[in-house]
Every structure is written in C-alpha cells, then in structure tokens.
Design a protein around this ligand. Structure first.
Ligand code: EPU
Length: 426
C-alpha cells in the first residue's frame, strides 16, 4: 500500500484550481440512469469514487464513453438488469444513489448496503440508510429481500406515487435519493426538512434539464411533480466546496499565501467567516479567494451543522489549523458520528486535543512534529496532510486510499504550491 511522505515547514504560495465536486458528481452519474437518452457530464473529477460508479453503470449494461479527460457520455438506454454489482457498491457510500435512480426508472433495484468512510450510522447496516428506505416506502416501494448478513437488499414498487415526506434529519443522501425516486412517480412529492447543500441543487438542476418538474431545491421544502419520461441532458459539475476549503486551510496552516480559484463564493461563506475570525487574511475576488498569513492565528469555536452551517466535512480540516492556533478552541460535531478519529493521530504529532463525545477541546501548540500516522477516513486524511505540511520534520501517512477517493491530483496541486509531499511505495 502506498503512503504519503511529507516534509513540513514550507509556506504554500501560488494558485490552485479547485476540481469538480465529488459529492455532486457521485449523485449526478447515477442520475443518468433516469434519462431515456444519452447524457453528457462535463468536468467529472478523476477520483476513485467516480471510477467505481462508472464501472457499476457499465456492469448494468450502460455505455460509458470518456469524450476527453473530464467529460463522459453515459447512455443508460441499454441497461438490461436491475442487479447492481454488490462488490462495487460496497466500495463507496454514494452507491446508495443507484437505489433512487433505478427505482425511479425501473421500479426495482437489487443492491447492497453502501460502503465508504466509517462515519456515523454508516456502519449500522440498514440503520445507516433508514431515511432513504423510509422515503422510498412513502412513495409505495417495499423492501422485498433483505439479507442482514451480506447486506444485500431488493427494493421494488409496482407503482410509485407522490407523497409528503418529512425527513427526521436533513440528510443529503436521502434528499437526493428521494428526489430521484420521485421524478417519475405519479403525482406530487413534497420533501420537508430537506438538505440544502449545493449538490442537492446541482442534481435537481440536472434532473430539470432532463424534463423533471422540481421546485425549490436548495430550500428545506422541495416539491417534485412526476413526469412520464425524462430525456438525455448535459451538465457540468460544480466546484468542490470542501476541496476549496481544504486548500484555504492549508494556506493558513502553513502561513502561506494562496489564491484558490474556481470557487462559488456563497458556498464558502462558513469557512471564509471562520478563517477571518481566526485572524487569517481572506480576500474575495470573482470566482476566487486569496488566503494569506496576516499575523498569529487565533483559536475559535466551531459547531458543524447542515448547509449553510459549518460543514461536517471541514471539521477535521479546520481542527488541524486550530491545533496550531493561539488559545483554546471548542469543536462540536452535530452531523456525523466518529468524526474525531483523527484526534489520536494528530496527538502523535504533538497536538493537544481532548475528545469528549461530540465535542473536542483543542489547545493550540507552537509547533507540530512529523510522525507516522494513519488515515481513518477521507477528511481525516486531508487534516493529516495539512498537519504534515506545517509540522517540523517528516510525516508518513498510511491508508491513503481514503484520500484518493475524494481529492483529485492532490500531490501535484500541493507540489505546485511549493509543498514537499510525495507518494511512496512501501
Ligand atoms: N443518517 C441516518 N440514516 C440515513 C441517512 C443518514 O442515520 O438514512 C445519519 C448519518 O449517519 C449522519 C446524518 O444522518 O449522522 C447525516 O447524514 P447524511 O445523509 O446527510 O450524509 P450522507 O448522505 O451519508 C453526505 C456526504 C458526506 C457528508 C454528509 C453531510 C456524499 C456521498 N457524502 O453523506 O461526505 O459528510 O453528506 O454533509 O455526498 C465526505 O465527502 O467526506 C463525506 C463524508
């Protein structure tokens, strides 16, 4: 297994261009199943989660053709089965989107519990996707086969009918999945307490291009009126707000000066405000944000919450910066469980973090030191990379396949900013 070797201490400087959003792309690719014609998806990120989803589509019988490095033509009209490849499904969380898309199109899907980062209820089998299943059931679908041991499930509906669905929590995955199952259902579906993340809107816009009738995506109440058929459509994936935030924090943590390009300003507000409060220099330009060292970085408190609050996906990343800030910070995680697994790894590097349930207390230290650390999940991995870049000495990060799942060209982008990082074979 490969590792990252990082020699810390160089302030990052220059420009970095943000890649297309993983969490939008991983929903838009399965959404192509719903179209009765070919779709062209432009600006797909080159990350393992996407490559696995494209392979799931191929095995279903779809034609998947790369038109250039980041444009894919997906023709799902030849799909000839409703059985997803369960080995592939288990490789990523977002494979749950094949449930909504296949159910919406064919009224049946056989698949398995999704995989992905070991966070929250995700390891709890059906409990990790209960909002999705409850939503499908409200539309008239049933779980007709369920093997608790292998996690294999079949969901089917003789007919999908619109309904009112009130989500217990504004789950991103459940909101998008229910939207995909509902676009061809008879009648009107209303999703209340819906997630408002930018990728929910991105998927809705793609479905609208196909001919779906969806209103108010991006608010907490989405209305979907079913249509008989959907046509092929084109779309371009939005910039990745979490990748953008990662480079912003990387610039701040290394005391550098970086212009992060290809940004949607309002997607970044929670991160931008937090950095400003901490005394980090932040300047906004059309489509770009400059982050630079202004003086010492101050501690602050953060509480994660669904969009437009502080994103859970930025929690570990921002905490890496808090570890080298002046003072004591409190970090409260309200969205995902198991999101402090990075703390013990950062402690190996000299960080002072006390975790108590959903809260971490971080006392800033002057300097981190290089160490051998292990990545537990994607964003924990990004936090360790940031820590390694600002630490004194060499850091070796293992289990980096978590990071490969979500960051396009990470090594090249950091090296172009002057960071000393390489992938080594062990
Ligand atoms: N939850 C349930 N049951 C469900 C669905 C969710 O209990 O049926 C719980 C989860 O365990 C979690 C909370 O509800 O505690 C919120 O989960 P949500 O459904 O919003 O998250 P998700 O759809 O599983 C997506 C992103 C995550 C991101 C969260 C929150 C994708 C593929 N994943 O996950 O991204 O953290 O929304 O914004 O879109 C990442 O990119 O590193 C990542 C983990």
């Amino acid at each position: 297994m490969d590792k990252f070797k990082i020699i810390g201490g160089t302030p990052l400087t220059g420009e970095v261009v943000v890649s297309p959003a993983k969490n939008a792309a991983v929903a838009i690719i399965p959404a192509c199943v719903l179209a009765d014609g070919p779709c062209i998806v432009d600006k797909i990120p080159d990350i393992t989660d996407i490559n696995v989803e494209l392979e799931i589509l191929r095995r279903l019988g779809a034609t998947v053709e790369m038109l250039d490095d980041d444009t894919v033509r997906i023709d799902c009209t030849k799909i000839n089965m409703v059985q997803c490849d369960t080995e592939l499904v288990r490789k990523l969380r977002a494979s749950y989107y094949f449930m909504g898309a296949m159910l919406g199109k064919y009224g049946k899907v056989s698949t398995a519990y999704p995989g992905g980062c070991p966070l929250g209820n995700r390891q709890k089998g059906i409990a990790g996707i209960n909002y999705h299943i409850q939503g499908f059931e409200s539309l008239g679908a049933k779980l007709t086969a369920h093997n608790y041991t292998t996690g294999e499930i079949t969901i089917e509906a003789s007919e999908l009918k619109g309904n009112e669905i009130i989500l217990e929590f504004p789950s991103v995955g459940a909101t998008i999945n229910i939207m995909m199952a509902a676009v061809k259902a008879e009648g009107t579906t209303v999703i209340r307490n819906a997630a408002r993340e930018p990728h929910v809107t991105a998927v809705a816009n793609f479905l609208i291009q196909m001919g779906a009738k969806i209103k108010n995506a991006g608010t907490d109440e989405i209305t979907i009126t079913g249509v008989a058929s959907l046509r092929g459509a084109n779309c371009e994936i939005i910039p990745d707000q979490i990748e953008a935030g990662t480079y912003m924090v990387m610039a701040a943590a290394t005391g550098g000066d970086v212009i992060v390009k290809n940004i949607v300003k309002e997607h970044m507000d929670a991160v931008t405000n937090t950095l400003s409060i901490m005394g980090v220099g932040v300047e906004e330009y059309p489509g770009a944000i400059r982050v630079y060292k202004k003086g010492s970085v101050k501690s602050t408190n953060i509480t994660t919450s669904p969009y437009p609050g502080f994103p859970t996906d930025m929690q570990a990343i921002m905490s890496a910066l808090l570890c080298v800030s002046d003072g004591v910070s409190h970090v409260v995680e309200t969205v995902m469980g198991e999101r402090f697994q990075y703390a013990k790894e950062l402690e190996k590097m000299g960080a002072n973090i006390r975790v108590d349930g959903k809260e971490a207390t971080i006392t800033g230290v002057r300097e981190l030191s290089g160490a051998r650390v292990v990545t537990s999940d994607l964003r924990a991995g990004a936090a360790l990379v940031i820590a390694g870049l600002c630490a004194n000495g060499e850091t070796y990060i293992s289990e980096i396949e978590h990071i490969d799942r979500g960051y396009e060209n990470l090594i090249d982008k950091i090296r172009a900013l002057g960071g000393n990082i390489e992938r080594i074979k062990v």
